[in-house]
Each structure stands twice: as C-alpha cells, then as structure tokens.
Design a protein around this ligand. Structure first.
Ligand code: NAP
Length: 480
C-alpha cells in the first residue's frame, strides 16, 4: 500500500519556496511547525542574499524593522531547510524542473515592478519609480550604478503610502544620519552631495484617505533640519471627510499639529499637498524635467462608497526637477503560471494557484505574499497569509496521488551543478553576513553591504581559496 507523502521520515514532503522574502520564510515556518509532518524545504532566491524586502525594501534608517530577519534566520538554520541563493527561476531552472524534483512548489516572489502614472513626460530622466529608488539606496544588485542624481532642489514624491514616507524621509534626512545606517555606499555618496531642499508629497485624495501609518508620519515631523508644510485649509475640507478610522483620525491629528508648526526657516522642507494629481511632467529645453503639472481634484463617492478623485481642470506647476512615483508595486507574471493583469496577482484560492479558464486549482502549485494578495500590508501581514497557504497545502496532501518524480534533495543541487550554477548556501550567506557586519562595526554602522552579485560571489570564492590553502593535507592530518 502506498504511503501518504510526508507521513514518515522515509518519504518526507519535499517543498520548494521560490523567493526568500518575508512571505517565503513565514511559509517555511508554518511548514516546520505543522504537527506530524515530515518535511524538507528548499528556499530559492535569485539573489545570493536572503530576506528579500527586509534587506532591500525596508528603509536603512528602520533597522528595528529589519531585525525580523532573526525569525527567518531561525527557520533557515533548521536542519530540514536549505537556502539556495543565486538561483533564478526561468533561466537557471524551469518550473517543470522544480515540479519534477519537489512535491509542492510555493511561489513567494513578491512584487518586483512598479505601477505607472500614465502621464506625459513620465519617462524623462529624473522621473523614477520608488521601486528603483528604494532598491538603489538599499544596495539591491539590480540597481547599483543607476543614475540617481540628487542635485535637484525640488523633488515630487507621488503617493502618500508608507513607501512615499520612506522616500520623502530619506530624501530630506541629513546625510550624517544616513551614514550610521546600512544604506548602500554608492547612495550614501549621492546623499552626501544632495542639494534637495523641497520635497512635495502629493496625495490625490484628502488627509483622511492617506495610506501612511501614523508612526511613519510622526517620524516625518521629527526630522532634524526639516520643516513640514501643510496648508490648514486642506485639512478641514468637508469633501475629504468620511472613511474615518483610527489610523486616519491619528493621521489627521498629526497633520493638524504639523500645519500649526509651519515653516520655521529650516534648510529643508517636506510639503504635503492634498487632492492633487500629476497630469504632465514638463520637459525643459535640455531634455530634463522642467516642472510637474498637477491638477486639483474633487472627491466623489464611487458606487462602492469609496471617495474617488476627479480632476477639476484647475492646474498649477510645481517647481520640481525630479519626480518619484510611490504609487504601489506590481507583481510580474511567472513562466507557466496564470496571471491576473488587472489585479497584478497570480489567481488563487487561499494560495492554491487557480487556472482562470477552468476555475480549477492546479495541483502542487501555490502562492503566498504579494504575488498572492497584491502589494499591501506590513511584513507581519505575511505571517497569516503564508499560514493560510500552508493550511491549503496540508489540506491537499491526502489527495496528492504522486509527487515529485525524483524527490532526492541531491536531485536539485545536481541539476544546478550540471549547469554550472554557483548556488549560495545559508552557510555561505552567514560568512557574507559576518563580513558585512565586521565592515559595518569598523565604520560605526550596522553593516556595510556587498551590493553586487559578482562581488558577493568573488568574496565567497576568495574565502574558499583561503580555506583550501589553510587546510592541512589529508595525509598529514591523518598522521597527526
Ligand atoms: P500603498 O500603501 O498602497 O500607497 C500607495 C499610494 O499611492 C496611495 O496613497 C495611493 O492613493 C497612491 N496612488 C495610487 N495610484 C495613484 C495614482 N495613479 N496617482 C496618484 N496617487 C496614486 O502602497 P505603498 O506605499 O507602495 O506600500 C505598499 C505596502 O508596504 C503598504 O501596505 C505599506 O504599508 C507597506 N510598507 C510599510 C512600511 C513601514 O511599515 N514602515 C514601509 C514601506 C511600505 P489612493 O489611496 O488614492 O489609492
């Protein structure tokens, strides 16, 4: 009689989680905690460093939030888990090859792309997405060497979510404060030379509808050398009332406090502007940005009751020469998986990948995190989300007739080796982590990041060579 996969250590359930960000690690944690489950999990990531958005998205001056990586580290150190970094789905391995070697596949790939405004001039030099900007200052390998020129005096940040708060804060913060963080060295240089004086945060709706969380807003009000400018009249607009919950009440209170303080002659200013939408990025004679045209909005309830912005035709030009759109992230389609273009997610039922044509759940494939629910929520939100996906996986186990064709753990690493893929293990990462932290300690910083994939692999290669050179000859070691 055949045995249910995962019911004994002779045939543990083999799972791969694609993506070593928060949702991926929370899924691993839920699998490890599942009672009576014999499981072994490989966590893949296209980058050599684990932790996804914790390393590359959370702002460098928010180290406390980054400490959640300790929870993930605990999972990574479990003997049932392997981290295999520097492995890219699509180029190093195909989806079919994963399905051949793992019983279940969980895609936890997040949302790597950005949303667009769809306005004239959006692609001019100096118009950036927050995705690029944040990844650049956090040392993401894909964005090193990107041309983020901070010689601008006026910068617009479009959107009023927490990513917009991060961008505005980092732009206005004194470089000396950034220098004590793990910000990428290249970005630190640019911030040291920054000439930014005015940052305009643009909300298309009112203060009540601001998506930022009160602690993030409060922090903006506490930045040294920065005045926060809010027009009191924009806070009392009766049109923007409604939808008030505890968060918006608190935000409103903070905006009122900030409006009272006003301009105190500080060297830098963050201006909050409400009920305005960018309609055109103006091009200067030299091809750079010459200003941003914004249109005043009125708010009207949609059939669902949500207040929506509607242009009034009244426009003004903001004196900015750089624009950062922080209007949300977007997941990208994965090879061989269905994708809901409108929602920017993989269609799913509580994490089970669903074929939109048939409405049927696909066997053995699951999603979690932003690619499952869209780019919303804090890091901790992923815990419950991944628990839901893992619950669906476990529910489906008894019906799983056949799993992977070759579930041996070596089957996957042999495949990588046969292709010359230099995968990075968790032990490798720990060595890099130690070196980054040592470099940081020498500079009074939490860490100094290695920002390039080649750089990380070169450091690991060097360590390997040193270890080999220092290792005693096997014969002599036996004699001794
Ligand atoms: P978000 O919270 O969804 O905010 C997006 C903002 O962009 C909203 O203000 C939205 O306005 C605006 N927007 C969208 N489309 C627009 C358009 N076409 N024109 C003008 N404005 C537009 O997204 P996010 O800031 O990218 O954050 C993503 C998630 O990560 C959030 O859950 C956030 O809380 C979390 N996060 C947390 C932290 C932290 O805890 N410190 C830091 C960063 C991110 P509407 O409301 O009108 O749609």
């Amino acid at each position: 009689m055949s045995q249910t996969i995962g019911s004994s250590h002779e045939r543990p359930l083999r799972v791969t989680v694609v993506g070593a960000g928060p949702s991926g690690w929370y899924a691993v944690g839920a699998l490890l905690d599942a009672p009576d489950l014999a499981v072994s999990v490989d966590v893949l990531d296209r980058l050599p460093a684990p932790y996804g958005l914790v390393r590359y998205g959370v702002a460098p001056d928010h180290q406390k939030i980054k400490s959640v990586s300790r929870v993930f580290e605990k999972a990574a150190r479990d003997e049932r888990v392997r981290f295999l970094g520097n492995v890219t789905l699509g180029s190093d391995v195909s989806r079919e090859e994963l399905l051949d070697r793992y019983d279940l596949v969980v895609y936890a790939v997040g949302a790597q792309a950005d949303r667009r405004l769809g306005i004239l001039g959006e692609d001019l030099p100096g118009s950036w997405s927050s995705t690029e900007f944040v990844a650049w200052y956090n040392g993401h390998p894909d964005f090193q060497g990107a041309d983020f020129d901070l010689s601008h005096r006026g910068v617009a940040v479009v959107g009023i979510g927490n990513v917009a708060m991060d961008c505005a804060r980092v732009l206005a913060k004194p470089a000396a404060e950034l220098a004590t963080t793990d910000i990428a060295d290249e970005a630190l240089e640019a911030f040291r030379a920054s000439r930014v004086e005015d940052v305009y945060v643009l909300a298309r709706r009112g203060p009540v509808q601001a998506k930022c969380s009160p602690p993030e807003l409060k922090e903006i009000g506490e930045l040294p050398g920065v005045d926060v400018i809010v027009d009191p009249a924009e806070l009392e607009d009766p049109e923007a009332a409604g939808e008030i919950d505890r968060q918006s009440e608190k935000n409103l209170e903070l905006f009122r406090e900030l409006a009272e303080r006003g301009d105190r002659g500080s060297p830098r200013r963050i201006h909050f502007r409400f009920q305005v939408s960018p309609v055109e990025v103006l091009e200067a004679d030299d091809g750079t940005i010459g200003g941003l045209v914004v249109e005043r909005n009125e708010l009207a309830p949609s059939p669902g009751g949500r207040l929506r912005p509607r242009g009034t035709g009244e426009t003004e030009v903001l004196p900015v020469t750089a624009v950062i759109r922080a209007i949300g992230y977007r997941s990208l389609p994965l090879p061989g998986l269905p994708f809901d273009e409108r929602g920017g997610v993989v269609p799913n039922d509580r994490g089970r990948v669903v074929d939109p044509d048939t409405g049927e759940a696909r066997s053995r494939e699951y999603v979690t995190g932003w690619v499952k629910r869209g780019p919303t929520g804090l890091i901790g939100t992923n815990k419950a989300d991944s628990a839901e996906t893992v619950a669906a996986m476990l529910e489906d186990l008894p019906g799983l007739a056949a799993g992977a064709a070759d579930p041996r753990p070596e089957a996957f690493t042999e495949l990588l080796e046969s292709r010359g893929v230099r995968y990075v293990t968790f032990e490798d990462w720990c060595r890099l982590d130690e070196l980054e932290t040592e470099r940081g300690a020498a500079a009074g910083r939490p860490r100094v990041k290695y920002c390039g994939i080649d750089e990380m692999l070169a450091v690991l290669g060097e360590l390997e060579r040193e270890a080999e050179a220092g290792r005693p000859e096997p014969a002599r070691a036996a004699e001794g």
